[in-house]
Design a protein around this ligand. Structure first.
Ligand SMILES: Nc1nc2c(c(=O)[nH]1)N[C@H]1C(S)=C(S)[C@@H](COP(=O)(O)OP(=O)(O)OC[C@H]3O[C@@H](n4cnc5c(=O)[nH]c(N)nc54)[C@H](O)[C@@H]3O)O[C@H]1N2
Ligand SMILES: Nc1nc2c(c(=O)[nH]1)N[C@H]1C(S)=C(S)[C@@H](COP(=O)(O)OP(=O)(O)OC[C@H]3O[C@@H](n4cnc5c(=O)[nH]c(N)nc54)[C@H](O)[C@@H]3O)O[C@H]1N2
Ligand code: SF4
Ligand SMILES: [Mo]
Length: 724
């Protein structure tokens, strides 16, 4: 779909670009030596190797079929609790990411202007020396805080963080505030844990999904659980201004007015309390703050919520009654990318409280410690240097309840631009595409202009690498080891199913090399990837060889007694949170009016599609082939009133940006909303399949941040649409 001009441009550029293999060039066989030594591949390089998918952050277990040193098929590992024998469409297409002709396979050093995309090939020696010398120069001139680090959830992140803490910078940008801060902080305040586990058992009767589009925004195991529950006749109420695939599967779709989920849930609380439908003994024994809650929700009747949400009072009352009647076998799902409005934190709090009132703890919700690497070993290392500089993202001074590790990435970006409280000069980015994933792309590029030095670790010349000074090519997930990870009572391994192509290297190798050049070698006391994993496994008395064949090792199952204590200041579920009240936020969720678009404008909605991951897989030739060209969804009646037809080119304008895109007229969206699929409109011409396709909603998104959780608010951007 790339237009001719841009393809020609790219080819011209790649004359001075250390591109990967040219399109169509034959990739030589790369027989994975470790796998062959372990007996997983025969002498011809054929066999089946278990490992883990990384087409998204969910890490399903996979089994790679390898022939003569090439991956020919990827299937789900039946023993992995996420994949349970299945890979989603992205997972199955993963080999095309590894074999993408656009892969970056040698380090690159920029030769043209930033954003021009002109690079030259470099050796690792040169690229690492340059990166380390720039990072040292910044540290020596401005202090370690002038160097920003950012990365998105991945298995080697532990060593990325090791590099950051050893270097001594407090400035760490993660995807979390762009994603689920509202949910995480609400759970921490109410339950004292980041995210309780959910139980989809045979007794489950009722689910309320608030904008959790599980059928498209896939988490394989939970998507499967929901699908099975629907088959069994579990009632599913789904709130979304769009008719998504989850809406299609749900018992009831409620096209709620954007930003009013809080009103809906406050009204559910009102009915459940007013009609005494809550679990009295659970509330008495295990919660604090019920009296304050009773007082606060009195005013939030279904009749009050109806005009706000545009869901009738009868429906709201009925759902409250049905939910309570099904309880404790009822689940109000707290969603995932809960970053829609600045009131999303209060919505999340209301959802956590709704669950608590009906006493579904240990029935549909349970304690979860998240990913704990507690039992694993790690290489020895000295203590980290003390950091005294303030953080650019305002945590904790401006955002007192946002955990340090979670941060507020969009605020960090904004303060790179303002230079307050000090100016940042360098940015080290790994496995992340902030040029696309942060709201307001123009601002992100402005922040880049402030940088003396930018380095990116990626497998592609993504949009962020395109603006970088050095690009360090990581081996793909099929070509490398990563640290092992525990999941339940198993420990899973990512291992190379082929050798890395070109000069690509694992992140474990890259961070160690960089660490040594920065004088931080003591923090990276592992010889190579295998040695790192052996040190992880040492306390468990497990050998790496024991894991390779099955891809995991089983540990003795820990006794899982249902727990009725919570890691909150009171030890109970906090309906009223003193922690919040003390720092000036409401201790009980209160109604916060969301902004509404002025007449003639629309809410701009974003949302995942099953065939792509964020901003990362649009260049995958297999996925691309089966994807429709993305268009701007607009309600079909509204389009017709405006004289617009399906396929028309339209101009979409927000306060901060403008894009051109084709219109998709559809009944599947509320009349006051439009929707754009994220992940298109790439700037990098190094993504030759994806470049030139669609438009980026990140260009349009205005940066709004919820003051409590630090989560961004993506549906709060309003746009005009006109034919061009
Ligand atoms: N295929 C695929 N699966 C993925 C991902 C992917 O990129 N691709 N990404 C993974 C990640 S990182 C995440 S965080 C999860 C995200 O999982 P989800 O949060 O379920 O997914 P999204 O599509 O981001 O948002 C869900 C829905 O919110 C709706 N929405 C917007 N504003 C409002 C509102 O005010 N109220 C309500 N009720 N709904 C609203 C949108 O229309 C959208 O359909 O998905 C994960 N799974
Ligand atoms: N408009 C809009 N903005 C959003 C969202 C939205 O729905 N709409 N969603 C938000 C959410 S939920 C999230 S989680 C964030 C995600 O935001 P990001 O984390 O910035 O986005 P990703 O696209 O996941 O970036 C992953 C990068 O990793 C690279 N990569 C893939 N495999 C490897 C590998 O093996 N090694 C290395 N080093 N790199 C690799 C990919 O090429 C890609 O460049 O975006 C948020 N922003
Ligand atoms: S959900 Fe899909 S893309 Fe993500 S890890 Fe699993 S198979 Fe891979
Ligand atoms: Mo996310």
């Amino acid at each position: 779909m790339i237009n001719n001009l841009s393809r020609r441009d790219f080819l011209k550029i790649s004359a001075t670009t250390a591109g990967a293999f040219a399109v169509g060039q034959l990739i030589p066989p790369m027989v994975a030596q470790a796998a062959q030594e372990a007996g997983l591949l025969n002498v011809s390089g054929d066999g089946y190797i278990p490992s883990m998918c990384e087409m998204c952050v969910w890490r399903c277990g996979l089994i790679a079929k390898v022939k003569n040193g090439r991956v020919v098929k990827l299937d789900g590992n039946p023993d992995h609790p996420h994949s349970r024998g299945h890979l989603c469409v992205r997972g199955q297409s993963g080999l095309m990411n590894t074999y993408d002709p656009d892969r970056v396979l040698t380090p690159l050093i920029r030769v043209g202007k930033r954003g021009e995309g002109r690079f030259r090939k470099a050796s690792w020696e040169e690229a690492l020396d340059l990166t380390a010398s720039k990072m040292l120069e910044i540290k020596n001139t401005y202090g370690p805080e002038a160097m920003v680090f950012s990365s998105t959830h991945n298995l080697s992140q532990v060593q990325f963080e090791n590099l950051l803490y050893a270097y001594g910078s407090p400035n760490y940008g993660t995807q979390r505030s762009l994603c689920f801060n509202a949910m995480i902080v609400a759970n921490l305040m109410t339950y004292g844990m980041e995210e309780p586990g959910r139980i989809y058992d045979d007794k489950l009767q009722y689910i309320i999904l608030t904008g959790r589009n599980l059928m498209e925004a896939v988490s394989t195991s939970e998507t499967g659980d929901l699908s099975d529950a629907i088959q069994r006749g579990v009632k599913v109420i789904y709130l979304d201004p769009r008719f998504t695939k989850t809406a299609a599967k749900a018992t009831e779709w409620l096209p709620i007015k954007p930003g009013t989920d809080l009103a809906f849930h406050l009204a559910l609380l009102n009915v459940i309390i007013g009609e005494e439908l809550y679990d009295h003994s659970f509330v008495e024994n295990y919660t604090v703050g019920f009296d304050q809650l009773v007082q606060e929700v009195q005013a939030y009747t279904p009749e009050w919520a109806a005009p706000l949400t545009e869901i009738s009072a009868e429906t709201i009352r009925r759902i409250a009654q049905e939910f309570a009647a099904a309880a404790p076998h009822a689940l109000a799902h707290n969603g995932w990318r809960t970053s829609n409005f600045v009131n999303s934190f209060q919505t999340q709090r209301a959802i956590t409280i709704l669950n608590a009132l009906v006493g579904n703890w240990n029935v549909t919700l349970k304690a979860s410690g998240g990913e704990s690497s507690g039992a694993l070993g790690k290489p020895p290392q000295p203590a980290y240097p003390r950091v005294s500089a303030l953080r650019l993202d305002g945590v904790p001074n401006k955002y007192p309840v946002v955990p340090l590790k979670i941060g507020v990435f969009q605020e960090l970006r904004d303060n790179i631009i303002t230079g307050q409280p000090y100016q940042a000069h360098g940015w080290f980015i790994a496995r992340q595409n902030p040029v696309m994933s942060l709201p307001d792309r123009t601002k992100t590029l402005q922040a880049f202009e402030k940088m003396d030095f930018i380095a990116t670790v990626d497998i592609f010349l993504n949009d962020t690498a395109w603006f970088s000074d050095v690009v360090l090519p990581e081996a793909s997930y099929l070509e490398r080891y990563d640290p092992v990870v525990p999941l339940g009572d198993k420990i899973f391994l990512r291992q190379p199913v082929i050798e890395p192509q070109g000069d690509a290297k694992s992140a474990l190798w890259i961070y160690k090399q960089l660490g040594e050049r920065l004088g931080l070698g003591d923090y990276f006391q592992y010889k190579d990837e295998e040695d790192y994993i052996r040190q992880q496994l040492a306390p468990l008395d497990v050998r790496l060889e024991d894991i390779k064949a099955k891809g995991y090792v089983e540990l003795p199952a820990a006794e899982e007694a249902p727990s009725y204590t919570w890691n909150t200041p009171s030890g109970k579920i906090e309906l009223y949170s003193d922690t919040l009240a003390k720092v000036g936020f409401p201790g009980i969720p209160v109604w916060e009016e969301p902004p509404q678009p002025p007449t003639g404008q629309f809410y701009l909605l974003t949302g995942k599609v099953a065939q792509s991951t964020q901003f990362a897989t649009q260049n995958n030739q297999l996925l691309h082939k089966y994807s429709d060209e993305p268009g701007l969804w607009m309600n079909i009646d509204v389009a017709s009133d405006r004289g617009l037809e399906d396929g028309d080119w339209v101009e979409v304008v927000s306060e901060v940006g403008k894009v051109h895109i084709r219109l998709k007229a559809t009944p599947a969206i509320r009349p006051d909303c439009v929707y754009l699929t994220p992940g298109y409109g790439h700037l990098s011409k190094g993504l030759t399949t994806a470049f030139g396709v669609g438009a980026s909603d990140s260009v349009l998104h205005v940066t709004y941040t919820d003051p409590a959780s630090g989560g961004q608010a993506l549906s709060q951007t309003f746009v005009t649409v006109r034919k061009v």
